[in-house]
Write a protein that binds this ligand. Structure first.
Ligand SMILES: Cc1ncc(COP(=O)(O)O)c(C=O)c1O
Length: 370
């Protein structure tokens, strides 16, 4: 299946809150157009204690994160809060790739195409090497072939760059979800070639909710060494984390986080979001709504002849090919979304979120059908 060109169009002109549409504009452009889940907002307020707290992560909330995440992942996990997924990815890769190393990823991965060179910057020049994808996923076989091509072996060193790591995203950029077996197979190839495996989990909650598995099964038990654990897209204000399952990497992470400008003096406000996010299963409840709404939306759109859904809708993202007049009608009706690729066969991306409303989904389908 063809890969879309991952170039979001500028925000559509129709998105002007000053001009009320028939009903309030509903924005399906991304899951980061949303506000903050009330539970997380409350946790931020709760962290705002008049007596203050020790800075730079020496507060109680940050101090409790390792234990919380260790329980959640059923192993010793080390948590370093950061504010963006780009920072989490770039910091992670800087721990496993030297300037003379390569990192296997996908062409359309966020790391390769959407982070402005942050991974290259943080690694001081490691090279990202794209592996062919199917439905947004790397396969173990494609990884193995790519490793063979570049010459993972040492015969041509120091002329070639040496492979050091693999980075995959879960949920993928096409909205698909790797099964536990698929992740295990990729990690097995990586392990056999001495490579670390990084997981970009900007939408990790949506993947776990979709798979119905334990977080451990799809991460360290499958062979993931470290991950970017996302929360912002699923209800936090700005909270992501570098999560290590390998304690040997922590000292370097500590230095790199400081050097990279991500050691927050008021860390507790980021930590409070993460702590609440994983408490009482909130993260999975929020993700379950996003996934259920995407299912509902995909099912409704699939009944319309002129609309083709491009990839399996495994989680909370839909890529659809639809004629321009339908897209225009939807925008006129007050819906926003990104154009995504091919101008001859307009492609749009629709993303559902933790607070997407079923009535809005149904109105979208209705407006598309008319
Ligand atoms: C797959 C993926 N990884 C990481 C990110 C994190 O990016 P940001 O730096 O905007 O938080 C995003 C955001 O769009 C994403 O889609």
């Amino acid at each position: 299946m063809k890969e879309p060109t991952f170039r979001p169009a500028p925000a559509p002109e129709t998105f002007n809150p000053a001009e009320p549409a028939e009903f309030a504009p509903v924005n399906f452009a991304s899951d980061n157009v949303t506000g903050v889940a009330p539970e997380i907002l409350e946790a931020i307020v709760e962290a705002n204690r008049p007596q203050g707290a020790w800075p730079y992560g020496n507060d109680d909330v940050t101090g409790g994160l390792n234990e919380r995440f260790s329980e959640l992942f059923d192993t010793e996990a080390i948590v370093y809060p950061v504010a963006t997924g780009t920072a989490a990815n770039a910091l992670c890769l800087s721990l496993v790739a030297q300037p003379f190393n390569t990192v296997y990823c996908l062409k359309h991965s966020h790391t390769n195409e959407d982070e402005g060179g942050a991974p290259e910057f943080y690694t001081n020049g490691a090279k990202l090497v794209p592996v062919p994808a199917a439905d947004g996923k790397m396969t173990a076989a494609a990884l193995e072939a790519a490793i063979g091509e570049v010459g993972g072996g040492g015969a041509r060193l120091p002329h070639v760059m040496e492979a050091a790591a693999v980075s995959i995203a879960q949920v993928t950029e096409c909205g698909t979800v790797y099964s536990v077996d698929e992740v295990q197979d990729i990690c097995a190839v990586a392990r056999a070639n001495g490579l670390f495996v990084h997981l970009d989990g900007a939408r990790f909650a949506n993947a776990v909710a979709a798979l119905g598995c334990e977080p451990s099964e799809i991460t360290w038990q499958a062979g993931i060494d470290l991950m970017s654990f996302g929360a912002t897209k699923n209800g936090a204000m700005a909270a992501e984390a570098v999560l290590l399952f390998n304690e040997d990497l922590e000292e370097t992470l500590s230095r790199r986080r400081m050097r990279g400008g991500h050691l927050f003096s008021k860390m507790r406000f980021v930590s409070a979001q993460l702590a609440r996010y994983v408490e009482d299963g909130l993260w999975l409840q929020l993700a379950a709504n996003a996934n259920a709404m995407a299912d509902r939306l995909a099912a409704g759109l699939a009944e319309i002849d002129e609309i083709a859904i491009e990839y399996p809708v495994d989680a909370n993202m839909i890529f659809a090919a639809l004629p321009g007049d339908i897209a225009e009608r939807l925008r006129d009706a007050g819906f926003d979304f990104y154009d995504w690729g091919d101008p001859d066969r307009p492609n749009i991306r629709l993303v559902c979120a933790f607070n997407t409303d079923a009535d809005d989904v149904d109105r979208f389908v209705e407006a598309a059908r008319r």
